[in-house]
Design a protein. Structure first.
Length: 229
């Protein structure tokens, strides 16, 4: 449930706004003083602020400015002033919207919903989700470069991680030792394919329950290795 703070000194207007917003499923708090409103805005977690322009203690412009120094939470400014200069100033200080009194409560609710939705999309688009490969208890976090077996993290060297990830991303494909060396070490494999064998052995010791009967990396005798899916 989204939490909204209304900073409005006209109690009848504040209560009307609160009633309509609560009917739409929001949790609403009211402060009638600019100074105490700012204190709560900075200390508590709210999803949107509705600020009146003319307030005792501190005006809406100053509150908006100070909130913006610390938070990106949507701010909707409300005022009886219709002058463009006030709208420009409010939006210039970081307000997301400016609505003039009198207005219909339904318009306020619509604007609140629109700004919350927009903010949610913005935040969601900025959250990087780790790229994960999960196969039968094996979890490879490609973004964090970490490996887990049944929830227990295993420590991998850079090349061990790269080799395991390459095989897991190409399941059931049989790779020769030469191909694996070329893909992981980015060099021709003349005289060095034993490196692959050593790394496969170390990986198995970390991820296989029984290295003599591997359930993940299978040896194809005379050819190479494949990751079983």
């Amino acid at each position: 449930m989204s939490r909204i703070l209304i900073v409005e000194d006209e109690e009848s207007i504040a209560e009307l706004e609160k009633d309509y917003l609560e009917l739409s499923g929001f949790e609403v708090e009211i402060e009638n003083n600019g100074t105490t409103g700012l204190t709560r805005a900075l200390k508590e977690d709210f999803d949107l602020f509705i600020l009146d322009l003319m307030l005792p203690g501190m005006d809406g412009f100053e509150i908006c400015k100070k909130i913006r120094q610390e938070k990106n939470t949507p701010i909707l400014m409300v005022s009886a002033k219709k002058d463009d200069i006030d709208k420009i100033r409010g939006l210039g200080l970081g307000a997301d919207d400016y609505i003039t009194k009198p207005f219909s409560p339904s318009e306020l609710v619509a604007r609140v919903k629109a700004h919350l939705s927009r903010y949610d999309r913005l935040i969601g688009s900025n959250v990087q989700k780790n790229e994960i490969i999960e196969i039968r208890g094996l979890k490879i976090d490609k973004t964090a470069r970490r490996v887990y077996i049944n929830g227990e993290e295993k420590q991998f060297t850079t090349k061990e991680f790269d080799l395991l990830t390459f095989l897991a991303e190409n399941p059931n494909h049989v790779f020769t030792k030469e191909e694996l060396f070329r893909n992981i070490w980015d060099m021709e494999s003349i005289g060095d394919i034993a490196t692959v064998t050593v790394h496969i052995k170390k990986i198995r010791e970390k991820i296989e329950f029984d290295t003599s009967k591997p359930q993940y990396i299978e040896t194809i005798w005379g050819v190479g290795y494949r990751f079983k899916i």
